[in-house]
Design a protein around this ligand. Sequence first.
Ligand SMILES: Cc1cc2nc3c(=O)[nH]c(=O)nc-3n(C[C@H](O)[C@H](O)[C@H](O)COP(=O)(O)O)c2cc1C
Length: 202
Amino acid sequence: MKKPELGDELASAHSSDDTLALLRTRRSTPADLLGGPGPDQQTLSDMLEIAARVPDHRRVAPFRFMVFVGEACERFGATLARIFAEQTPDAEAAKIDYERQRFMRAPVVIAVISKIDPAHRTPEWEQILTSGAACQNLLIAASAHGFAAQWITEWYAYDKAVLKVLGLTEKERIAGYVYIGTAREEPKERGRPDMGSIVSMF
Ligand SMILES: Cc1cc2nc3c(=O)[nH]c(=O)nc-3n(C[C@H](O)[C@H](O)[C@H](O)COP(=O)(O)O)c2cc1C
């Protein structure tokens, strides 16, 4: 499908039973249960375009994506193992090895980076919400392309040494790492909020 050009007329609604079925039954697959195959380059680009197509008050684009595939996953895993070992001197070898393999759990991992502009008229809160929407769009796009995925943070979303290796600035944070691949086991339904307790009429 052709990417819309600026000013093109677009549909205001997309009646789709498939979309409703996906949204009603979507589930994450834990990264530990992911494997190959993953999306090819073109599919991955499409997923990222969809992820970037989110509501964004005053068009700040307060996010960016960092893609890890193949050798980059190995390289980043080695970094995680090194930092983990430095910070946990008495760590068992198996735990350090788990860190080394962490990014090998899925063929593709995308770090969604929240990129706040504090001087902008759009409140920081709204800019943060937009990066969350980008993560969710990425999950939906992965699913609609036939891939399983999980949005996680884990310790390396918050660790200063890791963020330095990734080159994040002071104003940037990891909104999430979205692992994308193929499920080795189909997920089961989990508990969902009781709608009666979260919906009210004003
Ligand atoms: C910001 C954010 C961070 C998360 N971090 C983790 C994590 O570190 N580890 C984890 O197991 N799940 C994490 N989750 C939860 C999973 O992404 C997922 O939502 C949950 O496991 C199952 O829900 P679902 O099947 O409805 O997607 C996180 C979710 C969000 C929104």
